[in-house]
Design a protein around this ligand. Structure first.
Ligand code: KIV
Ligand code: ZN
Length: 386
């Protein structure tokens, strides 16, 4: 059977931690409804204990959604767990409490001032408590990629024994590299005796631009859940851009042994636009998959190739992602073939004998501005017919 990679969306929690991206409760609900339409397996709706607004948002998302699991973050302390459960209980059997405690030596020493044993005990107690309240508990070992692998393996084993159904191995500070993260996930897969009783999850940050590559390497090593955000928004340089992971799996089944997701890819562009509008964080034009230029071919050679056969320069079908048909913006780089196609589409039948003159006018116009628009073409047709 092909592996189903669970998509855990944290746009409303880690994504919202991006300075300036805070959303109102109503905006969060709209995004959550769209995430459900997109088909994400889990929506992390917030961190209920941190504010009344977050509590209310998580509760409303739990009430209004129907299919996706709804998750709330909690530290391994009683008051967080109670707040998370209170906010989430309207989700019924879709409730997931997400517990987190840091495990790396740096965090143990400077942030928590606790020993390995104390941290393990906190985690186990918290997982046991949360398991008594809800059907599914996820545990995250914050800064896992900078944690001693043997201690990390001990932690993973202990929380699975305590009842965690999902164990997340975050690269909290975007420190790891694809090969190294691959080795870490492989190590846990072969050194944690009870690992098959839980799902391993990965959560990467993009501080060195590696979040998507690291997540994909982890999938190859056997991770079964990927966490990330739409448009890759999030703390500092952001999180794994989910649309990129989804389309990589979709486009390269040969490389990922057919592992796939339940995402309705045609909803990706709509979701990206909604998140950009609600978070106030615009998407770069050249962003992979959902950037405005992701399928806009500029050079004459490329335009000519695409017009002959799209597979020459397109590895994904833009319509499958929710874009309209391929865009061929006309610029000074465009060739005769693209100009002729656009003229035909506009209903101008320019005889072949007039094309050299029209193309000369086209290049002159292209040298003066970034794009040559349909109105410019119409003016050129008038000029040569005058
Ligand atoms: O980056 C991180 O470690 C987190 C955890 C809460 C999973 O966001
Ligand atoms: Zn994070």
């Amino acid at each position: 059977m092909k592996e189903h990679i669970h998509i855990f969306d944290t746009t409303l929690r880690d994504g919202e931690q991006c300075p300036g991206a805070a959303m109102t409760v109503e905006q969060k609900i709209q995004v959550a409804m769209q995430l459900e339409a997109l088909g994400v397996d889990v929506i992390e709706a917030g961190f209920p204990v941190i504010s009344d607004g977050d509590f209310h948002a998580v509760r409303t998302v739990a009430e209004r959604t129907e299919k996706s699991r709804v998750c709330g973050l909690a530290r391994c302390v009683e008051k967080d767990i109670i707040a998370a459960h209170e906010a989430l209980k309207a989700a019924g059997d879709r409730e997931r409490i997400h517990l987190v405690v840091a495990t790396s030596p740096i965090h143990r020493k400077y942030k928590l001032e606790k020993s390995r044993g104390q941290i393990r005990e906190m985690a186990v107690k918290a997982v046991a408590m949360a398991s008594g309240l809800c059907g599914e508990v996820q545990f995250s070992a914050e800064d896992a990629s900078r944690t001693e692998p043997e201690f990390l393996a001990e932690m993973v084993e202990a929380v699975i024994d305590a009842g965690a159904a999902v164990v997340n191995i975050p690269d909290t500070v975007g420190y790891t590299m694809p090969e190294e993260y691959y080795r870490l996930i492989s190590y846990l897969k072969s050194n944690v005796p009870n690992v098959s009783r839980a799902r391993l999850s990965v959560h990467c940050h993009d501080d060195m631009g590696m979040a998507v590559a690291n997540s994909l390497a982890a999938i190859r090593a056997g991770a079964q859940q990927v966490e990330g955000t739409i448009n890759g928004i999030g703390e500092r340089a952001g999180n794994t851009a989910l649309e990129e992971v989804v389309m990589a799996l979709h486009s390269r089944p040969d490389f990922f042994s057919g592992a796939g997701t339940g995402i309705r890819t045609k909803e990706l562009v709509r979701t990206s636009r909604m998140v950009a509008a609600m978070s106030g964080l615009p998407v770069s034009r050249s962003k992979a998959v959902v950037g405005a230029n992701a399928f806009a071919h500029g050079s004459g050679i490329h335009q000519d190739g695409v017009l002959k056969n799209r597979s020459t320069y397109e590895i994904m079908d833009p319509e499958e992602i929710g874009w309209g048909a391929t865009e061929l913006p006309l610029t000074k780089h465009s060739g005769r073939h693209a100009v002729k196609m656009r003229l035909d589409a506009l209903g101008f039948s320019v005889p072949d004998t007039d094309m050299p003159r029209l193309f000369e006018l086209f290049k002159q116009r292209g040298d003066q501005c970034k794009f040559v628009y349909d109105d410019d073409l119409a003016a050129m047709v008038n000029t040569i017919h005058a």
